[in-house]
Design a protein around this ligand. Structure first.
Ligand SMILES: Nc1ncnc2c1ncn2[C@@H]1O[C@H](COP(=O)(O)OP(=O)(O)OP(=O)(O)O)[C@@H](O)[C@H]1O
Length: 264
């Protein structure tokens, strides 16, 4: 299997008294080139799971393997895109994309690689601009180009379009799908949007909470581009919504109960 999660658990806290388990027994098998989204109520551990694949967060027990190798640290085979593009404002667009490349190749090679990926995200004209001169959507495209330029095997995206307006998000959905088709990357994509997950992905994994676990794994069996008024899409949206609503209500109820105890 290309990317395999086996009995993965995450606990925070360093003493038995303050330890809490975000999730346990997470098993997921992801094939190469698959586009997989992860949905779930706030706090169920979506970002933590992605950070563990990135090697930024330790694994408490279980294993995550990429092509049979245990993941235990960050590496160039995994590229991450966050909700905030986190670019260097003192560098130009091109220099931002070149930045992580310079360690492994000559300046000339890094430049030509950066230009290739800036073309892919339609930002060639802006390569000499500073990133603060760009809109939020354009900055996110720079972050995507930067992650792709490292030629990772897996692209990890944590709510990459969450802070963007609907129109920009729509454009970037189209761009991301076209990049995915061209580059054949495996994508793991965290989102809060059911529509976004169904529109983009081959699979939609739904996480529940308390305890964190996988409660559903939908294979989206519809050709792209997917229209929102397509009957299949509507029915899948409804199924996912019902599941998520139950989980969100569970979280709300626990939070209200906790509040009642702490104020009584
Ligand atoms: N470094 C940390 N130390 C302690 N607890 C943490 C740490 N990082 C995350 N948590 C906790 O772990 C749980 C899962 O957090 P995480 O951010 O992964 O959830 P999420 O599903 O991505 O949430 P959201 O949808 O709101 O972004 C939360 O209760 C959070 O408070």
């Amino acid at each position: 299997m290309f990317l395999r999660f086996e009995k993965v658990a995450k606990r925070f806290g360093d003493t038995p008294e303050n330890q809490f388990e975000v999730f346990s027994d997470i098993d997921i098998d992801i094939e190469e080139n698959q586009f997989v989204s992860i949905l779930g109520p706030s706090g169920c551990g979506k970002s933590t799971l992605l950070s563990m694949v990135a090697g930024l967060e330790g694994i408490s027990s279980g294993t995550i393997q990429l092509e049979g190798e245990d993941i235990d640290r960050p590496g160039p085979d995994r590229g991450m895109v966050f909700q905030q593009p986190s670019l260097f404002p003192w560098l130009t667009v091109r220099e931002n994309v070149m930045f992580p490349l310079k360690k492994n190749m000559s300046k000339k090679e890094a430049q030509s690689r950066a230009d290739h990926f800036l073309k892919m995200v339609h930002l060639s004209k802006f390569r000499s601009n500073y990133t603060y001169e760009l809109s939020g959507g354009m900055q996110q495209r720079v972050a995507i180009a930067r992650a792709l330029a490292m030629d990772p095997k897996v692209l990890l995206m944590d709510e990459p379009f969450g802070a963007l307006d609907e129109q920009t998000r729509h454009i970037l959905h189209k761009e991301l799908l076209s990049i995915w088709e061209d580059t054949q990357k495996t994508i793991l994509f965290v989102t809060h949007s059911i529509q976004e997950a169904i529109k983009l992905s081959d699979r939609v994994i739904v996480m529940g909470t308390r305890p964190g676990q996988i409660i559903a794994d939908f294979h989206v069996d519809a050709p792209r581009p997917r229209e929102r008024d397509d009957e299949y899409v509507i029915s899948l949206e409804k199924q996912v919504m019902e599941l998520l609503e139950k989980e969100i209500n569970k979280v709300l109820k626990e939070e209200l109960d906790d509040e009642a105890v702490s104020t009584s």
